[in-house]
Design a protein around this ligand. Structure first.
Ligand code: SF4
Length: 323
């Protein structure tokens, strides 16, 4: 089966006063029907720009995006409008993505009406079903967003995305603005909905512990590039890129076995305004050699559908980071 989403060598650059921001540099990835791809990396690595570019909120500078066999760039606005309901985004801040003047009922009824998802007389019943699906009591439908907790607001945002009967969700840091106690509830809800409805999902987070249980595959992004990609178990149990290993050591554990020094990923990521020459990770890499400053390594297969952008991956022992 061809992938539902295929991103091919995507570049996104922004001009700013000081020069050009290289937000996304040659990213290629696929997401299949019913699959969850976790995309993880530090904040500022280009994950959100990539997500917005996929849904055409940010124009790509180069590369191609195909969704269900259609190339998204250059589509006529009317064609893109028709396709948009099938590819829905869930944002980090549900409060900012909800209109404070609209009740839950209005927020859910509007997309049903605008896209003619159900006949008008059936809209109230459909709103009720959507509220059931995301675990919100139906009598909340006349309330406004400010009357809800952060977790409840994210449930409304998820219901609004589901209203359009999408094939795929792009969830950009969907729990990072929520209390730790409700994060698991929202992640479980997303996993359950994806399973029940056969949805594909691109789940974006700065936190590997958020994506590890829900993802079939995991892509690790650093400074606008994918540096490791593979089946979730393989990436979590035998991470091969030094950056993925550093991210894994930063995931809190109940019984820490590493020292404070080992758990720290040294320094800040370089600025995407002036990405380093060669491997973008070389200024922070514990096993960098002189030639790492000259050549930017491509993502290459190391077997088992696992790919790594580091020619020294075998020198980077993965044991000891098992979760
Ligand atoms: Fe480190 Fe060099 Fe590998 Fe980059 S290419 S991750 S700098 S060893």
């Amino acid at each position: 089966m061809p992938p539902l989403l295929e991103v091919d060598n995507l570049h996104v650059q922004f001009p700013v006063r000081q020069g050009m921001v290289h937000a996304v540099s040659g990213v290629s990835l696929t997401v299949h029907n019913g699959e969850t791809l976790g995309l993880v990396g530090e904040s500022g690595c280009g994950k959100s720009t990539l997500a917005r570019s996929i849904v055409q909120l940010v124009p790509p500078t180069a590369g191609e995006i195909h969704f269900d066999g259609q190339t998204l760039q250059g589509l006529a606005p009317a064609t893109l409008r028709k396709l948009r309901p099938r590819l829905q985004m869930i944002f980090q801040d549900p409060y900012a993505s909800l209109n404070p003047r609209k009740t839950v009922f209005d927020a859910l009824a509007e997309p049903l009406r605008v896209h003619a998802i159900v006949p008008r007389p059936e809209i109230p019943a459909e709103v009720g079903k959507l509220m059931d699906q995301v675990g919100l009591a139906r009598h909340f439908s006349r309330k406004f967003p400010h009357e809800f907790s952060g977790g409840q607001r994210q449930r409304i945002a998820i219901a609004r995305a589901l209203a359009l009967r999408p094939q795929m969700l792009i969830a950009d840091e969907p729990v990072s603005a929520l209390d730790i106690s409700v994060q698991a509830q929202i992640l479980n809800l997303l996993a359950q909905l994806a399973r029940e409805k056969g949805l594909a999902m691109l789940l974006i987070s700065h936190d590997l512990s958020v994506v590890k249980h829900m993802s079939n595959r995991i892509a690790v992004m650093y400074l606008g590039r994918i540096v490791e990609l593979g089946p979730a178990t393989s990436v979590m149990q035998t991470p091969r890129h030094p950056y993925t290993q550093a991210l894994l050591r930063a995931v809190p554990r109940l019984t820490p076995t590493t020292t404070a020094e080992e758990t720290f990923l040294g320094g800040d990521p370089p600025s995407p305004l002036h990405p380093p020459a060669g491997c973008p990770f070389h200024p922070r890499c514990p096993i960098a050699m002189e030639d790492c400053r000259a050549e930017s390594p491509a993502l290459l297969s190391i077997g088992n559908e696992h790919e790594v952008a580091c020619p020294r991956w075998e020198k980077s022992p993965a044991d000891g980071f098992r979760h």
